[in-house]
Design a protein around this ligand. Structure first.
Ligand SMILES: [Zn+2]
Length: 413
């Protein structure tokens, strides 16, 4: 049986056809599409461009009481490059292909990561507007650039703008992951990324002698200690039951990624450096971990440089004691999603939102679906996309309707 294409799917495919592919994304066309959507649905919108050529589009579902803090639904507009020869479909045609079981797949780069989510936000807002329902709080859908290349000129720049601060947000729903099982994941915390470079200075000399106090001699105990720590974390992860990918956020990974120094094979180098990519689990205080690394450097007469340090609020624990978190969990329950908390093993734009002091949860309502983010022949099962829309309708309304707690004790009688 052939199912005719619904308007929701047509609009989703139009979004997929825009070539927002790194490293030369067509953000102009993307912005135009989103602005047209806002106009069609009847939403206020703004385009914020803190860095030229890097626009974020913000759509507003106006709440009844705009003085209350607002809710964000964030998604990124860019997609990763393709190996065209490994694709059986044109990655930007958004071809709708019927399977033997009668279901439809939509093939396109970005169909999973993460235009499907952005499209669900748009369709959910459209349905809420059409139904005449209005949340108490302002609800915003954000479409930001450059997540796939680190977000420095995307979300990181956006959170610094007055326009973002004026959104007055108190909670953010952000990028999640498609689940291949019946259960869904949510990410309420993430590991802290720490790039640390240890630099040692020491005696130099001819490579034929027993030179003492060398730069490398000072670095080696640091390398050994961190590699032993790495092994201990890996041993604990291996001993833990369940899928390593889902458990990995509970551990700190350490990778020695750069060794630099030395000019010639027969000259003992005067300076040598070792750089580590360390991802600190939120189960451990990352500020204390910085201190541990500094002490380790000092103990072995080395300098240390940690160029980017994350603030303390990044890994704030988020549970049902937060009213918005409770509304999120209740919506999962009413919408028959079984959410499992996972510590994000990698990073998303949610970290910039958290750094701005706004709690953020990464979620994707799609389940029992093959995960193909960044992979060849990326596709979305059409019915899964359509079923995700009512989920976001309910989530936008339930988060948008969380009432303000009036503190009677502090207000005059
Ligand atoms: Zn993504």
């Amino acid at each position: 049986m052939t199912i005719t294409e619904s308007p929701e799917v047509t609009r989703f495919c139009q979004y997929l056809q825009i070539k927002t592919i790194q490293p030369t994304p067509d953000y102009a066309a993307c912005t135009q599409f989103l602005v047209n959507q806002a106009k069609e649905i009847g939403l206020e919108y703004q385009v914020v461009e803190p860095v030229e050529g890097k626009p974020s589009v913000i759509l507003k579902l106006a709440g009844k009481d705009p003085s209350l803090k607002s809710i964000l639904f964030n998604s990124h507009t860019d997609v990763v490059p393709v190996y065209r020869e490994s694709w059986n479909y044109d990655p930007f045609a958004a071809e709708r292909v019927q399977m033997e079981d009668g279901s439809y797949r939509i093939y396109a780069r970005g169909s999973q990561d993460m235009k499907v989510t952005g499209s669900m936000y748009l369709e959910a807002m459209r349905r809420i507007k059409e139904s005449g329902r209005q949340p108490l709080r302002n609800v915003y859908a954000l479409f930001v650039p450059d997540e796939e290349i680190g977000g420095a000129e995307g979300m990181r720049a956006l959170v610094e703008t007055q326009e973002f601060k004026d959104l007055n947000a108190c909670f953010d729903i952000d990028e999640g992951a498609i689940s291949s099982t019946e259960k869904s994941f949510y990410f309420a915390s993430e590991r802290v990324s720490c790039h640390a470079t240890f630099t040692a200075h020491g005696n130099t000399g001819h490579g034929s002698g027993f030179v003492q106090g060398t730069a490398i001699g000072k670095l080696l105990p640091i390398i050994n200690e961190l590699m032993e720590y790495r092994q201990s974390q890996l041993d604990e992860l291996t001993a833990m039951s369940g899928a390593p990918m889902l458990n990995s956020g509970h551990f700190t990974t350490v990778n020695l990624t750069m060794l630099e120094g030395g000019k010639q094979a027969n000259v003992v180098p005067a300076t040598y450096s070792a750089t580590f990519d360390i991802r600190i689990t939120p189960n451990r205080d990352h500020l204390e971990y910085y201190k541990y690394l500094e002490d380790l450097a000092a103990k072995h007469d080395c300098e240390i440089d940690i160029p980017r340090r994350e603030k303390a609020n990044l890994a704030t624990k988020l549970d049902a004691s937060n009213r918005f978190m409770k509304a999120f969990l209740d919506t999962c329950d009413s919408q028959k999603r079984v959410p499992m908390e996972v510590i994000m093993p990698a990073t998303t734009d949610a970290r910039y939102v958290r750094q701005a002091g706004i709690p953020a949860v990464g979620f994707n309502p799609m389940r029992n679906h093959k995960s193909l983010a960044h992979n060849h022949d990326e596709y979305v099962v059409e019915s899964e996309f359509l079923e995700g829309i009512p989920f976001y309708v309910e989530l936008m309304l339930s988060l948008g309707n969380v009432e303000e707690i009036v503190d009677y004790k502090s207000s005059p009688l």
